[in-house]
Design a protein around this ligand. Sequence first.
Ligand code: GDP
Ligand code: IMO
Ligand code: MG
Length: 422
Amino acid sequence: MKVDVVLGLQWGDEGKGKIVDVLAKNYPVIARFQGGPNAGHSLQFEDKKFVLHTIPSGVFRKNTQNIIGNGVVIDPIIFMEECLKLEEIDVPVKERIFISKKAHLILPSHRVIDAASEEAKGASKIGSTLKGIGPTYMDKTGRNGIRVGDILTPDFADRYNTLKNKHISTLKQFDFSYDLQEREAQWFEAVEYLKEFQLIDGEYVINHLLQESKRVLAEGAQGSLLDIDFGSYPFVTSSNTTCAGACTGLGVAPKQIGSVYGIFKAYCTRVGSGPFPTELNNSTGEMLRELGSEFGATTGRPRRTGWLDLVALKYAVMINGVDQLIMMKADVLDTFETLSVAIHYKVDGKITDCVPYDTFAQIEPVYKEFKGWKRDLTKISKEEDLPFEFMNYVRFIEKEVGVPIMIISLGPDRDQTIIRTS
Ligand code: GDP
Ligand code: IMO
Ligand code: MG
């Protein structure tokens, strides 16, 4: 068996949580491979709504193993809060969640450094979720980090203090006031809670599961355009959100990757700073935000909105080797008279189909207009009932990108999903 991968092709919040929950019916193993509590993955079924930050989105399915891979960074406090909420509704989290001992821990002082360095950046700030993600990955690559497996060692408190003291000395360069004490006490309490979970050698576990012919679905966080290497640097997150991240973040060989499902919204959103060529700073953008409830699942911030960008989408498809597309939230466009899609960029007066290296390049999108379908799509459950103008939009995207759209999501609920057969 191979590992199939679900990942976002835009700037995050494409609807990964919903789709992983839908697909988890057919996968006994779901694994997160990067990111951390900067993610907010929403799921909805039986009139209940949930937002997961660290926990894989297969956790509501009976008999699933949910693995938090070595590439993830974990804040024990946030993890415990998430788990306690699920335990309240009888989700057996300690049976269903397995955590790699090699995953790194977010310390309270990582969050303080995140906040201090964002504040120091002033107008050029990244718009981080301030969950301590960047500083934790910096300590990982700087070889100073603390890993989940370390919580079982007798000198854990010493390791913690050594790293914390390093952070305190780093913080002296900022004019930033903070108080670690309260969060530190909670953090140690949450570390005790973490010890009640199955802490595993994730790479062995996943490879054994594959040998036993178990289907594994890797769940990406963030989106390809926030990738540390291929996103609009420096306005990115600190991990590889692209398909390659599933190999390093779980311990599976590239040849073990199977299908790559790329998720995109029928329009675009971005939360935080950085380029957004098709952004609509007008009443149409406002309408997308309101109709799509485009407010961050982790921070509540309003998301920036704009038209679908095929230049960026094709780039993400190329980097990830996407072989099946999943289109989300087209229902948000139900009332629009016309829709636009960016098919090229104009940079320095020249037409291009490439995403420019220069993050600050002035990009003018070249649009193609489509007639809206002006129908409520949310109650449609069969492909043949989808309106002509909508299918026209779908077929155009498939042809331009060269990859079929396999799933069409027309509402936040598990049931508002059309799996295409043609
Ligand atoms: P993720 O981070 O990729 O899991 O996405 P988020 O959960 O942050 O954001 C997606 C939002 O859109 C959530 O509020 C979902 O409930 C909602 N959603 C997902 N799919 C659809 C859809 O097809 N239509 C509508 N209207 N909302 C959707
Ligand atoms: P999901 O998994 C959307 C954005 C932040 C900021 C940048 C860096 O729900 O799609 P970080 O906290 O990682 O240092 O922030 O990345 N960002 C996200 N945007 N969805 C996410 O996750 C995001 N995770 C981080 O807004 O611009
Ligand atoms: Mg999200």
